[in-house]
Design a protein around this ligand. Sequence first.
Ligand code: GN1
Ligand code: MG
Length: 363
Amino acid sequence: MQPLNYTPAHHAALKFSGGRDLLSIESLSRGHIHETFISSWSMQGETCRMLHQRMNDQIFRDIPALMHNIKRVTEQLRLDTWRARDHELEVLELVATNEGEAWAVLPDGAWRTYIFVDDTVTYDHCQGIEQAYGAAVAFGNFQARLFDLDARELSETIPFFFSSTHRLRQFQAALRADAKDRARTVRPEIEFVLKYAHLLEIVETGQAQGRIPVRVIHGDTKLNNVLFDQTSGAARCIVDLDTCMPGWSLYDFGDLARFAAADSAEDERDLTQVGVNQEVLGALNTGWMDSAGAFLNADELELMPLAAAIVTLTVGVRFLTDHLAGDEYFKIKRENQNLDRARVQFEMVRIMERNRAASNSAR
Ligand code: GN1
Ligand code: MG
């Protein structure tokens, strides 16, 4: 009999037991979307760990499509038809349910499980240029390994997820609705979005003109989605494959720069702490060119210097939209957290655009 104090997470984990004994399970505070738990198991004297997630089906409305993408992507990563250069990335491994399914449906939602990758660490703040370079090479190689996967084989699990122009329209709709009467308190932020809105069109215009191709991308290249080896510090595995879907290569580079080159936390309240580390940005650029550089076309290369500002603004617009709508999308732990997140992104865009103007005029 199962103990009475078993939580929904215990019940979910047991769906993936595969004959092992569950030793413990605890929650892991990670990401803005799903709920994550880590469990320990024993089987014939050996112990192992697994990572379980209750998937957010309000955000990912088509769980079968989401899991199809993840299965297809991990399969392709294992093939490595492109032979990503000099790189030994480990591929995230899904654990099937005891019935052999890719996920389990329980009364509280849909759950999936991965093998926990042991002896690795993640970083919310970049530790230096070597690490930045390593992360960029890892993400660049990740895209390279997926180069031969036809993007049409994957579903767009969140419609228009990467579309910056769609994000702008969502922002305008939230502003018109002003459900929480917050618009009057965020006038400077609204002005900022309107002032820089031209950045949001660039990539999609490039696609419409046939210059910017759609590729399979990771879609959430935050530094903390790279697992680094605890001992050697090398990038070992890329996680969070939820948004692996058709998109623009530039967005992966831009999102990596947004996060890894940031001096402050994503939700820093003191804007004087916000900054863009130029050395880190340089190392990210080199790492990306040393990996993804092998397949990027001339138009993508030309837009590289703009990618970070475009994605940072897009993510900032999403945070501000959610603040206006009443924090329905991104989990918050305190009041105004999404507004603070938006402000940090906007401050970074300001800095990035200032630096770009300065380097253009120095030419
Ligand atoms: C969300 O939950 P997390 O941290 O993996 C979001 C990303 C945003 C990011 C901002 C599915 O990712 O798109 O860039 O927050 N994921 C989804 O920190 O919306
Ligand atoms: Mg994510």
